[in-house]
Design a protein around this ligand. Structure first.
Ligand SMILES: [Zn+2]
Length: 438
């Protein structure tokens, strides 16, 4: 049954008729005082998860459907790989630096070695993958491109479909109504990997440093379970945490790309001091500095205004709307029902000023934008977040004087480190002859 190949899902009536040919696992394993969930590997104190029926349940992965100790998981092995025809339709060319990494990645794939691609924002990471994905599919392998963030999956899907027009691609994320069917190429959130077991020959995890992947043991387990024993695991990131680099440096092949494909340096953030930005933004007092900045930036580009909280964004939205009656202004946050539509409209240049929370820090590409980070010293803006947000500017198209402005009232370590990292990448890129000066 194709639907079960490489999957590990709850045994339901639908599958029980053909049980013989399948492998089953107990959903939860008794470990004395603890129960361990087979799906997410969480160990839970029995007394905390006892049901009135006498069975135990796992609260840790409950968003994927309730699992308890009376149940079983079912799995069927992937069929053996068979070489086949694959059609890659990409007319672009890689820069020599991208090409070098693409070749190295194909090598890792052939050798089944883990690989980390550390490439700056806007470096063209996705294009680097095409050749390796093509080769893996051609050998009859199964490939997944997973990201902790839904927005990233939604942006990757049309791009991959365009390049592999003859492949059926499954797009899997929580809340997607589409029924699961077997495909050789899968784009999914890292949570969805919990439903796979020994499925993938080539698993790429994009934005490996981002929430919720970082620090969630469940998702690291999901990755380890979803790959075949003989497979190539690849991590992509623009902002690898030190702890991750340390953990993998002995075992992973690491490729670094400090420059963007268009050979322009990364925009370096400008620090703009604005005392009591939080209070003023809430009350709508002394907003002159912010208004002036919006006015300047919106002459040339659309403006993304990142806010540290939804409440502050809502307050500010009202003030700026009143002050700029002729400007098209919109706002978005994670739980916004129209999130997808609004982001699409922003991509189509409908809004001159777009207020948002950190949900747009990565994975999205808008043309001709400048960025303001309101309260860059707020704890929500970590170094990686600041680097990622700065990386939204000047990603594609002709150079349009996009700027990155950190509004702050007290400098933080994160701000200083973000600036340092961006400058360092530019220096490295210059040294390697990968950028042209503006
Ligand atoms: Zn669980």
């Amino acid at each position: 049954m194709e639907e079960l190949w490489g999957r590990r899902v709850l045994l339901t009536k639908q599958f029980s008729a053909v049980l013989d040919a399948y492998q089953t696992f107990p959903a939860m394993i008794d470990q004395g005082a603890y129960m361990r969930c087979t799906r997410c590997n969480t160990e839970l104190l029995k007394t905390a998860i006892l049901l009135p029926s006498g069975f135990y349940y796992c609260p840790s992965c409950i968003q994927m459907g309730r699992i308890d100790s009376s149940l079983q998981l079912i799995h069927q092995a992937e069929p053996a790989n068979q070489t086949r025809e694959v059609f890659l339709d990409w007319q672009g060319t890689l820069t020599p630096a991208q090409e070098e990494i693409s070749i190295a990645l194909c090598h890792s794939l052939a050798q089944k070695k883990p690989h980390l691609i550390h490439a700056v924002t806007g470096a063209g990471k996705t294009e680097i993958l095409f050749e390796a994905i093509y080769r893996a599919l051609k050998k009859g392998g199964r490939v997944a491109l997973a990201s902790p963030r839904v927005d990233v999956c939604l942006e990757l899907y049309p791009r991959l479909q365009e390049v592999f027009p003859k492949e059926t691609i499954a797009l899997l994320y929580g809340g997607n109504e589409q029924k699961y069917t077997y495909t050789s190429l899968v784009i999914c959130t890292t949570h969805q990997l919990l439903h796979f077991y020994h499925a993938f020959d080539f698993l790429i995890v994009d934005e490996v440093d981002s929430f919720p992947f970082q620090g969630d043991k469940k998702l690291a387990y999901a990755v380890s379970q979803a790959t075949k024993e003989d497979s190539c695991l690849t991590y992509l990131t623009a902002t690898p945490p030190q702890a991750l680099l340390k953990e993998i440096q002995a075992s992973f092949i690491i490729s670094q790309l400090p420059a963007r494909f268009h050979r322009r340096p990364l925009p370096e953030p400008e620090f703009i001091w604005w005392n009591h930005w939080a209070a003023h933004s809430k009350k709508g007092t002394h907003l002159g500095k912010l208004y002036q900045l919006i006015d300047q930036l919106s002459q040339k580009n659309h403006v993304l205004l990142f806010c540290p909280s939804i409440h502050l964004m809502d307050c500010l939205f009202q003030h700026v709307q009143k002050h700029f009656p002729d400007l098209q202004v919109e706002k978005v946050h994670a739980d916004d029902d129209q999130r997808k539509e609004k982001v699409t409209k922003m991509r189509q240049h409908h809004y001159q000023l777009f207020l948002c929370t950190t949900i747009l820090e990565r994975g999205v590409t808008f043309e001709n934008v400048s960025v303001i980070i309101l309260g860059a010293n707020h704890p929500v803006f970590t170094k990686a977040t600041l680097v990622q947000i700065s990386g939204r500017v000047d990603r594609k198209g002709a150079y349009n004087f996009g700027r990155v402005c950190f509004l702050y009232d007290e400098q933080t370590v994160a701000m200083k480190l973000a600036l340092k990292e961006i400058k360092l990448n530019n220096q490295l890129a210059r040294k390697r002859g990968l950028v042209d000066e503006l």
